[in-house]
Design a protein around this ligand. Sequence first.
Ligand code: KIV
Ligand code: ZN
Length: 496
Amino acid sequence: MEKVWILDTTLRDGLQSPVLTLTTSERIQVAELLSELSVDVIDIGYPAISVDEANVVKEIVKAVGDRSKVTVLSKPEKREIDIAKESIANAKAGRIHLFVPVSRIHLTVLEVVRNIDLLGGMIEYAKEGGFEVELTLEDALRADEDFMEKVVDVALDFRVDVINIADTVGIGSPYMVGKVVRKLKGRIGDRSIISIHCHNDLGMAVANSVEAIREGARQVHVTLLGIGTRAGNASLEEVVVALVTLGDLGVKLDVNLKSLARVVKSFSKLAGYPIPPHKPIVGDSVFYHKAEYMRIAVVRERTTYEIIDPEMIGLTPRRIVLSRFSGKPIFKEKLVELGYSLTEEEMDRAYSKFRELAEVKQQIVEDDIEAIVEEVFYERNDKIKLVDYYIEMKADSKPNAKVILEYNGKRFSGSATGDGPIDAVYKAINEALGINVFLVTYNIMSVTSGKEALGEVFLKIRLRGEEFSGRAIGVDIVRSSIDAYLRAINKSDLEM
Ligand code: KIV
Ligand code: ZN
């Protein structure tokens, strides 16, 4: 079986998504997650675009460069290659990723000179110092074929390590991508690894990536949750599980499958990017069977209706553990069994959150309990606390909110009118604290299934030039929205 290399580009191409903004520390945490997952190469950025970007890349190298291979993007020109090399100089294994457009439209509109004479020299230059070199054929699915083949020949003459076929605009179908890879494989043979990079504009990025591998590609570019520009990229979790599940491809992977679900879920929390319930592999509903006959069948034989073994990707079956009739001692016992250790006061708060949920939800599963405890843990570090809030709403007028907050034993209050209740309450908080906050992203979705489920709010704010994320869970979405907002403000270490 031949190995397929997984190159994750969440921290470079994924960041082109308008809904993904990560602070330096969050980018480092994502790199650490990818390292834990044992992806083969982590694409960590494009250092030549700014000094700040180059500094972030260096920080990521400090964090994971001793255990993971890293790559950075660069145009095939000396200035950018120098910056790229310098930024990953301290990595144990580094790769310079050069790119050239190969379609007429990209060459013309991007005003790139069709001079491939210089390309070979740039590949040679990038390799100096022991770096691997990957060359992307940008917009390869609409390529001017003669030109693309000339580029490939030059790259092979200069012993490029990887040739990446990029469906930059997501126009390929599995048939088309398969055909391009087959043709290039015929030209390249084993002289270089063929890689595939697919965008998802037609919803086929994963299928296209799998087809490319069937035709001989041995590296695939992916992003966590398929995040990326426009409709995104091929999703890491879907490609990986497809390659493992489709037995006819004859390939193997080195990723740490058991940590897949945890890594993707942690990324979602960190990025403030919720996972839709029907998202393949990691969505909340994908191992859930509503129909009684399906449930019975799955208990008899899982594969009757499930083609993926949840345990293979580190998911444990969800167990119903408590109900509204469960008293505090049973709740306490359950927390101990799940490995949590809470102070008496935290236990009281966790239990009252549990009672609140049990009022509306008949069966409480382990996921619910974990969400409650996480919420209590978060509260440990909050300096600014919510004392109370009021919202006045009428059909024909804008909502009005008042909040009372506490900081170091002192109370602060603010009131404001907003376009909706959450807008009003956020403005009231800003007034109480005397700050100007810009809401960068705000997302809400249910954490657990059912109409009585816990709602989870993810948001990101910009405060005094820096971005902070906040997350909170509860049955009341206004309360969760306030908690998430305050949590993000608390992360900024605001002094009053
Ligand atoms: O989509 C694209 O063409 C890219 C390359 C730089 C790999 O992201
Ligand atoms: Zn791309």
